[in-house]
Design a protein around this ligand. Structure first.
Ligand code: DX5
Ligand code: ZN
Length: 222
């Protein structure tokens, strides 16, 4: 994919002013809303659930990129489809029957996503890559925003790109965790298609401008 996408993570938004922060993203150069759902079991943290996502979806005008950090996600595939998710990303480590889960996501009309923890090897996706629209490489351990970027990520992106090409798949590569303009260009050059950014966007003085800076940093014209 030539065009690189930016997906602000609402986890770092001001939950007391969610509508304001959503409108900011709607009017910005961002491409997707990244939505982090945590269950306190697969990851140590609990973020927000269905009623909050329902409220969020009322205001968003861009695709909802839902990242499930929950065990046994099959239970909620239809629920997230009904809530308006465009993409549903499940964790490789949380699925006993990943192939079946991916079929379920497609059948519910969403794009399929698989997230890999930092310790999970790319090669484990060899037999499912043609069923995956988006591979999300975690560049921090999932559960919290504001953590430091793990440098090993660049090598994983290159390995994934190789696997995608070898299998003739159309999968795009998303990176999540510790993303900023310090690493965005290098990530795009390594083969990343979508960059998720939470703290870097929402904790900045001018989030609209920060999104624009991220976009410019990965624009191939620059
Ligand atoms: C972490 C989440 C991320 C998080 C990224 O488990 O998956 O989407 O919001 O936050 P930053 O950009 O602050 O690392
Ligand atoms: Zn995420």
């Amino acid at each position: 994919m030539d065009k690189k996408l930016i997906a602000p993570s609402l986890l770092a938004a001001d939950f007391g002013n969610l509508q304001r922060d959503i409108e900011m993203v709607n009017l910005s150069k961002a491409d997707w809303f990244h939505i982090d759902i945590m269950d306190g079991v697969f990851v140590p943290n609990i973020s927000y659930g269905m009623p909050v996502l329902k409220a969020i979806a009322k205001h968003t005008t861009k695709p909802l990129d839902v990242h499930l950090m929950i065990i046994d996600p099959d239970r909620y595939i239809q629920t997230f489809a009904d809530l308006g998710a465009a993409h549903l990303t499940v964790h490789y480590e949380a699925c006993t029957h990943l192939h079946r889960t991916l079929q379920g996501i497609r059948a519910a009309g969403m794009k399929t996503g698989v997230a890999l923890n930092p310790h999970t090897n790319i090669n484990l996706l060899e037999d499912t890559i043609n069923d995956i629209d988006i591979v999300l490489i975690m560049s921090v351990n999932p559960g919290f925003g504001g953590q430091s970027f793990i440098e090993n990520t660049y090598g994983k992106i290159r390995a994934l790109k190789e696997l995608i090409d070898k299998r003739g798949a159309k999968t795009i590569i998303e990176i999540d965790g510790g993303v900023s303009t310090v690493n965005s260009k290098k990530l795009a050059d390594a083969g990343a298609d979508v960059l998720v950014a939470g703290s870097f966007v929402f904790k900045s003085d001018d989030p609209t401008r920060t999104i624009e800076e991220l976009k410019e940093s990965v624009d191939s014209g620059h």
